[in-house]
Design a protein around this ligand. Structure first.
Ligand code: HPA
Length: 257
């Protein structure tokens, strides 16, 4: 079954007909909220608001392990993350979308593995291509069906937040090869890999990154708000296209490129 993790701007989901909500207990503590079981255009999906339904949990305090464990426990096989980003790449002006294929992780102090110390032998999973290619291709199909333009691929830089970056930090990320910057892509993508969820992200640019474009001197919260509201309306159609696809009952793990 498909699970949607909604980020900033997608804490509620108009158009989703809700069957029920369930609080899931996990060995890793509390998820960001109850899992919503619902139907999108008649197709069952799971939904979880990453920052809580009241948007009260900052990126560095999201319990990524509990969230993914809970979705997996409720029989999710595929996960799409909707993630807001600041655009560095010229094609990622506010309102533009991307399906990234690479990550650089600059976050710190987060729980990065399900394998707690002493519990199981240490493993080093392959993470060369951090997103599940099967799910990336589903996102691409859903965006194409909805007639949305988007960037296929790109490097997502995950920063700690909750503050936005300095211009010099963005210059450094650009120098490192980043195309977009967000705060929640990691460890979420890696934990999905560990637990065998086929995971990809649709990144939504809501502002030029600091020092770029109309963010040359500051990033305007109003621009972010307005862009978010517009894009999320468009994204509902894309998510409905994703929900219409059939998903294997058995967890497929990860499909390589
Ligand atoms: N930086 C980091 N995360 C973000 C940004 C940004 O500019 N915009 C949306 N999420």
């Amino acid at each position: 079954m498909l699970a949607i993790i909604g980020g900033t701007g997608l804490t509620k989901f108009p158009g989703l007909s809700i069957t029920h909500r369930q609080v899931i207990r996990t060995p890793y503590g509390e998820p960001s909220g109850p899992i919503t079981f619902g139907e999108l255009d008649g197709h069952p999906i799971l939904f979880l608001a990453r920052h809580g339904y009241g948007h009260t949990i900052p990126p560095h305090l999201v319990n990524y392990r509990a969230n993914l464990w809970a979705l997996h426990a409720q029989k999710a096989s595929h996960v799409v993350s909707v993630a807001t980003v600041g655009g560095l790449h010229p094609d990622l002006s506010p309102g533009c979308l991307a399906v990234p294929d690479q990550i650089i992780d600059y976050s710190h102090g987060r729980e990065t593995t399900f394998a707690d110390y002493g519990e199981a032998p240490v493993t080093h999973l392959d993470f060369t291509w951090p997103y599940c290619e099967e799910m990336r291709q589903r996102c691409i199909r859903a965006l194409n069906l909805a007639g949305e333009g988007f960037m296929d691929g790109g490097v997502y830089a995950c920063v700690q937040g909750p503050r936005l970056e300095t211009k010099a930090e963005i210059d450094r990320l650009a120098h490192d090869g980043a195309d977009m910057v967000g705060m929640t892509g990691m460890p979420e993508a890696y934990l999905a890999r560990e637990i065998g969820l086929c995971y990809a992200a649709i990144a939504v640019s809501v502002n030029w990154a600091a020092g770029r474009g109309d963010s040359a001197n500051c990033i305007s919260p109003e621009v972010i708000e307005t862009t978010l509201a517009n894009v999320m309306t468009r994204l509902r159609g894309v998510l409905a296209n994703l929900a219409c696809m059939s998903y294997a009952v058995e967890t497929p793990g990860n499909s390589a490129r």
